[in-house]
Design a protein around this ligand. Structure first.
Ligand SMILES: NC(=O)c1ccc[n+]([C@@H]2O[C@H](COP(=O)([O-])OP(=O)(O)OC[C@H]3O[C@@H](n4cnc5c(N)ncnc54)[C@H](OP(=O)(O)O)[C@@H]3O)[C@@H](O)[C@H]2O)c1
Ligand SMILES: *[C@@H]1O[C@H](CO)[C@@H](O)[C@H](O)[C@H]1NC(C)=O
Ligand SMILES: *[C@@H]1O[C@H](CO)[C@@H](O)[C@H](O)[C@H]1NC(C)=O
Ligand SMILES: *[C@@H]1O[C@H](CO)[C@@H](O)[C@H](O)[C@H]1NC(C)=O
Ligand SMILES: *[C@@H]1O[C@H](CO)[C@@H](O)[C@H](O)[C@H]1NC(C)=O
Ligand SMILES: *[C@@H]1O[C@H](CO)[C@@H](O)[C@H](O)[C@H]1NC(C)=O
Length: 331
């Protein structure tokens, strides 16, 4: 006869708890996106898409799906070794032979110019630009050789320049989309144009990241207004909390916490869904200047991201800092 020992007790309780956890986990991960890739028939044969930060995480997952739909995908990566590895993975998985790897370091004005000049010759029509590259966890006031703040440059100003330099290609496609990958963290950001050059109030690394994402949302608004009626739309989207390499520049303590929590987080493929929604969904044709949350729903960004005066002034400052006018003329 079996007795009711602690052993048999745990042998029921443990599997039960594990099962419960698994179910909760599955429910959580489903997060019921109303939009699914399976229900979206869009084919991208003959279309050119450019993705920044394409070698890992969300950027790579986005490239994979675009390639699967036949697009000519340009992977903009700062490290060509890692970029080549991603390109080969995607090519192998999708059979798409129409992939192009190009060096692009968003922290460098010269690199962004080289990339854009070369690309516009090779690809006169650009149908989709996904501004995805991003870093976080670096100390504020890391200054680049251009005299600009590194996190602000990589996440915001570099994409501002890139988008403006590629505008010619976007405008010459019959319709084109710009998708800015921002973050729900933009809510905690502050707008201070001095930050772009590493001046102004001091910021913790997390605040620095949050603020760059806020500027990105503001940029989306102003650009959308400038492009009204051109057939080019720009929107920003938040991917949710996704298990990627994004934490790599944090201290080990933060990285371990993120690592422990990571079972509850979205995979890169899941995090790519809202980005793909903005890139593909037919119902978004003509929609511009909007912010979408990680459930693919139109939502309002934080109030400071909605002030047209602030957006306009930020545009002016950004253009001045990177000498935009001169750069477009020289092109
Ligand atoms: N993961 C999340 O929970 C989360 C949440 C909200 C928003 N986001 C946003 O999602 C986007 C993608 O991030 P992820 O989560 O996929 O992280 P990730 O795996 O670290 O991807 C970031 C990508 O950006 C690239 N990158 C960084 N600095 C660059 C530079 N100077 N020039 C060119 N490329 C550069 C990285 O290249 P290297 O490999 O060479 O570093 C990498 O390919 C980011 O904009 C991030 O802010 C992520
Ligand atoms: C690129 O990545 C590879 C592999 O991770 C690394 O060995 C190499 O040092 C990197 N190159 C640069 C220029 O950072
Ligand atoms: C995002 O959208 C804005 C327009 O609103 C555009 O100016 C910008 O280049 C896009 N990219 C980034 C990273 O902000
Ligand atoms: C961020 O971390 C990665 C991986 O550890 C490293 O290669 C990179 O140099 C770091 N970036 C900076 C600016 O410190
Ligand atoms: C998104 O919004 C639509 C329409 O407002 C709604 O039907 C849907 O349930 C929302 N999706 C989620 C996941 O909240
Ligand atoms: C932005 O720049 C334009 C032209 O240089 C100028 O007319 C306008 O007043 C500026 N706007 C702001 C808000 O600084």
């Amino acid at each position: 006869m079996e007795t009711w020992s602690l052993d048999s007790y745990t042998s029921y309780i443990l599997p039960f708890l594990s099962l419960l956890l698994i179910v909760l986990w599955m429910v959580y991960r489903k997060e019921s996106n109303t939009w699914t890739l399976q229900n979206c028939p869009v084919d991208l044969t003959g279309k050119t898409a450019v993705v920044t930060g394409a070698n890992s995480g969300i950027g790579k997952a986005v490239c994979y799906e675009l390639a699967r739909r036949g697009a000519h995908v340009v992977l903009g990566c700062r490290n060509l070794t890692q970029g080549r590895k991603a390109l080969e993975d995607i090519q192998k998985a999708t059979g798409n032979k129409n992939l192009l790897l190009r060096e692009l370091d968003l922290s460098s004005v010269a690199s962004i110019r080289r990339f854009s000049q070369k690309l516009l010759v090779e690809e006169p029509h650009i149908h989709l630009l996904v501004n995805n590259a991003g870093i976080c966890g670096l100390p504020y006031k890391t200054i680049t050789s251009d005299g600009l703040e590194l996190t602000f440059m990589t996440n915001y100003l570099g994409h501002f320049l890139l988008t403006n330099l590629l505008l010619e290609g976007l405008l010459s496609a019959d319709s084109a989309r710009v998708v800015n990958v921002t973050s729900f963290r933009h809510k905690y950001g502050i707008v201070d144009e001095q930050h772009l050059v590493g001046a102004g109030s001091p910021l913790l690394p997390q605040q620095c990241y949050d603020s760059t994402k806020l500027l990105l949302v503001l940029f989306t608004k102003e650009l959308a207004q400038r492009l009204q009626g051109t057939g080019v739309t720009v929107n920003s989207v938040e991917p949710g909390i996704v298990k990627t390499g994004i934490m790599k520049n944090y201290t080990w303590l933060y990285r371990s916490i993120f690592c422990i929590l990571s079972v509850f987080l979205k995979t890169a493929a899941q995090g790519a869904i809202p980005v793909l929604y903005l890139s593909l969904a037919e119902e978004l044709h003509g929609i511009s200047g909007k912010y979408f949350n990680s459930k693919c729903n139109l939502s309002l960004p934080v109030e400071s991201a909605r002030d047209p005066g602030v957006a306009h002034s930020l545009w002016n400052t950004s253009a001045r800092l990177i000498n935009l006018e001169k750069m477009i003329k020289k092109k």
